[in-house]
Design a protein around this ligand. Structure first.
Ligand SMILES: Cc1cc2nc3c(=O)[nH]c(=O)nc-3n(C[C@H](O)[C@H](O)[C@H](O)COP(=O)(O)O)c2cc1C
Length: 296
């Protein structure tokens, strides 16, 4: 997830479930192949990360292939191609992401080029279709399968729906490759429901915000109550290490808002941390808010 599943977040998630398959933020093939320095993720090394899918977006097959090769060399265990992002910068202006649901021929070319470029599995992530009158996800999945993709994640909404309404997870009995369900899934019951309906797995997005241990809860490996303050402190340290103090503090505020959501006095806490720029002061506020103990 863009702005969320960066290396620090992946490490926090992994601290609860070490072998969880996790997907990176979407990575622009242009930025990656151009080795743009302003984007740290262009230089991530996945060798110590376990099972990580690197997600790329773009509309130029040979650049997508080059990007996939770079990510394979950096240690990604599979390549995921974004065919669902509705953000105008991606979908309408660059003809990538969800736009590929409107151009299946180009989608096929991109998948084919990426599959040929790497030895690791390739997947796609898509939505039900462009809008209510174009619910042609099944066609795109067949094209993906014919082009060599090994599986697909399907977000049960159209591009036009954005994030509104409830996700609908369609019948998938005739699909040529495995499908991972995505959209509004958050509990063991949700995951079991998807598996019982033939989905190969469940992909969880927003339910992990402020709850990176959710996968451990679902898999039954995390049972004891979580010390959220301690998780937040570890997460902050990883952000500082990765982005540097100056950048990490403003970027971490949204995570603190999610970590503290629903806890009494959290709005005062958020107001306070939104005014603080010093990382040690943020740490003190976290300690005070959650009343936890840590070595500063
Ligand atoms: C902040 C945010 C960033 C996202 N970034 C990406 C992304 O980079 N790539 C992608 O395929 N989907 C992205 N998504 C979509 C999610 O992966 C997922 O398909 C969607 O949120 C529905 O699943 P959920 O209900 O489990 O969140 C993003 C969603 C949000 C809210």
């Amino acid at each position: 997830m863009a702005g969320i599943s960066d290396r620090p977040f992946r490490m926090i998630v992994r601290s609860f479930v070490p072998d969880l398959p996790i997907v990176t933020e979407m990575i622009s093939c242009h930025s990656l192949v151009g080795r743009h320095k302003n984007c740290l993720r262009n230089f991530d090394n996945y060798a110590d990360e376990g099972n990580v899918g690197a997600q790329i977006f773009g509309a130029v097959p040979h650049l997508m292939a080059d990007a996939a090769k770079i990510l394979q060399d950096a240690g990604a265990t599979w390549i995921d191609i974004n065919m669902g992002c509705p953000v105008p910068k991606v979908a309408t202006r660059s003809g990538a992401g969800a736009f590929l649901m409107r151009d299946h021929k180009l989608a096929g070319k991109i998948i084919d080029a990426v599959v040929r470029a790497v030895q690791i599995p390739v997947s796609i992530k898509t939505r039900l279709g462009w809008d209510e009158s174009h619910m042609d996800w099944a066609d795109l999945i067949h094209i993906a399968a014919d082009s060599g993709a090994q599986f697909a994640a399907l977000h049960g909404r159209t591009r036009a729906a954005g994030y509104t309404g409830d996700a609908v997870h369609p019948e998938i009995s005739d699909m040529p490759i495995q499908i991972i369900a995505n959209g509004d899934l958050a509990t063991v019951a949700d995951v079991e429901d998807m598996i019982s309906r033939g989905y190969a797995g469940a992909m969880i997005g927003r339910a992990m915000l402020g709850r990176p241990w959710i996968f451990g809860e679902i898999l039954g490996t995390v049972k004891s109550p979580i010390n959220i303050g301690d998780v937040a402190l570890r997460h902050l340290d990883l952000m500082v290490e990765y982005y540097g103090e100056r950048n990490a503090v403003p970027m971490f505020r949204k995570h603190l808002a999610w970590y503290s959501a629903g806890i009494p006095n959290s709005s005062e806490f958020r107001t306070k941390i939104n005014q603080i720029t010093d990382v040690n002061a943020i740490r003190q506020e976290i300690l005070q808010f959650w009343g936890c103990v840590a070595n500063l």
